[in-house]
Ligand binder design. Sequence first.
Ligand code: AQP
Length: 332
Amino acid sequence: MQRVLSGVRPTGGIHLGNYLGAIRNWVAMQHQAQESLFCIVDMHALTTLEGTDDLAENTYTIAAAYLAAGIDPAKASIFAQSHVPAHTELAWLFSCLTPLGWLNRMTQFKEKAGKHKEMACLGLYAYPVLMAADILLYKATHVPVGEDQKQHLELARDIAGAFNRRFGEGLLPIPEPMILGAATRVMSLRDGSSKMSKSDISEYSRIELMDSADTIALKIRKAKTDMEPLPEKFSDLEGRPEAQNLVNIFATLAEITPDAVCQQFVGSNFAPFKQQLADLMVATIVPIGEQMRQYLADKATLHATLQAGARRANELAHLHMNDIRRAIGMIQ
Ligand code: AQP
């Protein structure tokens, strides 16, 4: 039985990296899996949000993005993480068997906490334990994510193994990370060494799914490149991270290999390449953004979709939590 789970944090403008690295793959997987669950992980958003003013609006926006990208609520449950209280209950149970040494290895905590580690909140540190609970609560077998979540997925596998060793082999499946396609790590348009991210202060660093055609074209024109022409082979782009990133995005959108992109533009400067990249991006992203606007104009229907998703998620969570509590030895 293939059970798929993944999620996005409602922390701001959902972007091309979230789409190519994650959501686009979910759309294909929902047809193969017996059960698919796609949540909007609002509890995770709290680990880095300074204010919560936009939390509800951002949550609806991510739900609209899922639908606009092609997630079908008749095939997959779309829900807000906070609507299923068992996520945090299971996170506590897991936190009682996760050694601190495992969490100390997590690079995302180090990146997000930055220099002020002592001031970072406990939730940011414990984030990967909550993520393990998100996955294992539904006994998910496959987790499609971008490259940046690989280490957290490995931790979820370790936690499942530790739980099974202590409370009974086979109780929790060991989830498989699904890091698919050529755009598993889309980089910032302003700096090829950092990941495209919702929280980057520069809007020019990312293409948002609700950007207009003009904005997309402008952001691509302004995207950082270098003075060298494009080479014949992708491997010759070594040491040119911004060019590598743009070629990878082009290849993913055009569904060709990065080498084929280089061959198409060999010897040329970036102007004609950027023009075609912008056209490709507009053709993919603008229809999604337009649909998102339509979904967002009818919050009652969006809300009903989230409620229906939460009903199914709570049903599964209830069943699995009973198994888990029984295995631990809690009174039923
Ligand atoms: N740049 C990226 N390239 C490929 N995949 C990406 N993902 C995120 N950024 C990229 C994947 O999108 C899914 C949802 O990510 P998330 O919102 O839950 O968390 P994140 O990784 O922290 O995303 P952001 O955009 O960087 O948000 P902020 O700035 O708020 O931290 C995941 O599968 C992720 O791998």
